[in-house]
Design a binder for this molecule. Structure first.
Ligand code: ZN
Length: 143
């Protein structure tokens, strides 16, 4: 009988899972600056003395700002499948948040077919697995 591995986030508290996954950031209630990963204690905007940061889900869609292939296994503590499978990585600009967020592109993405400015959407997919769990992370998927 096939076993279903439990899907768990590879990093806790950085994103939601489910049908419409989203990155979890914070937003300064004084100046509106967004932070990802989350800033918890004070606003890092030098022109702002705000200390109230609210938890927010970031936009699920953005535009390709830059991208490349990664053909070398990253060193620990990064965890990757063994044998290593090359993947494409993207920097994605979230317009409303004025943030650029790095992430893998979904497996099988042909970087030769990508172009800067193209719209991508956040999905959740496997990063690696062990005997009992499949560890997932956010990935960008061309729309
Ligand atoms: Zn602020």
């Amino acid at each position: 009988m096939p076993q279903t591995k439990e899907r768990v986030p590879a990093v806790e508290g950085w994103f939601t899972t489910g049908d419409s996954p989203a990155l979890l950031g914070t937003r300064c209630t004084t100046c509106g600056t967004y932070f990802f990963p989350r800033e918890e204690s004070l606003c890092r905007n030098p022109d702002c003395d705000g200390r109230d940061l609210e938890a927010v889900e970031l936009s699920r869609r953005g535009r390709l700002w830059s991208f490349t292939d990664n053909r070398y296994q990253p060193p620990a503590p990064y965890v990757s499948p063994d044998p290593f499978v090359p993947y494409a990585i993207a920097a994605v600009e979230l317009a409303e948040e004025h943030l650029v967020v790095l992430g893998q592109l979904v497996p099988g993405t042909d970087t030769a077919a990508l172009r800067a400015g193209q719209e991508v959407e956040l999905v959740v997919g496997p990063l690696y697995e062990d005997d009992d769990h499949e560890y997932v992370v956010w990935k960008w998927q061309p729309v």
